[in-house]
Design a protein around this ligand. Structure first.
Ligand SMILES: Nc1ncnc2c1ncn2[C@@H]1O[C@H](COP(=O)(O)OP(=O)(O)OP(=O)(O)O)[C@@H](O)[C@H]1O
Ligand SMILES: [Mg+2]
Length: 216
């Protein structure tokens, strides 16, 4: 079983949005995915209630329950767990990072966002995890080159010692439409640009998980 924690001390960067989207792609034919919502805001739970009984299963929890819940999920045959975490609450963020095989750190590409993301990257490194930064809320590409703000943000993150996902997620209205109907862009608008970006990101996450598994 593989555990992904989505963390950032900064609010509104897309943690819950990524948790929803990746959890739907994370389900395997014989091994379902599980979402753990440890954010008292319960954004993920809100989406899940609109979604109804469809996969993935979701459990609302407190960070202190994570070790026990992860063990139970392993016994029950879940293939992947995705943990959505609160901003600001350092203990919860650390608890999720400790439980994780892979730590994702979404960030906006702006200069103040990047200044703030350093402390989340440091938290992960402090406990021996190599986080994967994900640029979200980016301006969409207009040609083959990345918009300059995205390229600059990528360079700044690399300078901080972070690994950065090659896929940057653009700010897209389809994301809001999908979330409002309890779905994901890959379900709601599978041929759209947002769906293609999320699918490309998931491929990178899967590759990072399998590289991490081999290193262990
Ligand atoms: N790529 C995107 N395109 C358009 N809207 C997005 C995108 N990513 C996130 N959003 C929207 O931005 C808002 C913040 O995203 P989200 O709630 O996922 O962030 P968060 O990091 O979980 O916030 P919090 O720290 O409050 O838990 C939401 O309304 C979400 O729908
Ligand atoms: Mg959230």
């Amino acid at each position: 079983m593989q555990v992904i924690a989505i963390t950032s001390r900064k609010g509104g960067v897309g943690k819950s949005t990524l948790a929803m989207h990746l959890s739907v792609l994370a389900a395997q034919a014989d091994r379902p995915a599980l979402l753990l919502d440890i954010d008292p805001q319960r954004s993920l739970t809100w989406w899940h209630q609109i979604r109804g009984p469809d996969e993935p299963k979701l459990i609302e929890a407190d960070a202190r329950e994570l070790p026990e819940l992860v063990e139970a999920a392993r016994r029950e045959g879940f293939g992947r767990i995705i943990i959505d975490t609160p901003p600001h609450a350092e203990d919860s963020i650390l608890g999720a990072m400790r439980a994780a095989d892979l730590v994702l750190v979404p960030t906006r590409p702006g200069p103040l966002d990047l200044a703030a993301v350093a402390s989340t990257l440091d938290l992960a490194k402090r406990i021996g995890k190599a986080p994967l930064a994900v640029l979200n809320h980016c301006p969409a590409r207009t040609g083959s080159a990345e918009p300059s703000i995205v390229a600059e943000a990528r360079a700044a993150l690399i300078e901080m010692g972070a690994t950065v996902a090659a896929t940057a997620l653009a700010n897209r209205v389809a994301m809001s439409h999908a979330i409002l109907t309890g779905s994901t862009v890959n379900e709601h608008e599978p041929d759209g640009k947002a769906a293609a970006e999320v699918a490309a990101l998931w491929q990178e996450v899967e590759a990072a998980l399998s590289a991490e598994g081999k290193a262990r």
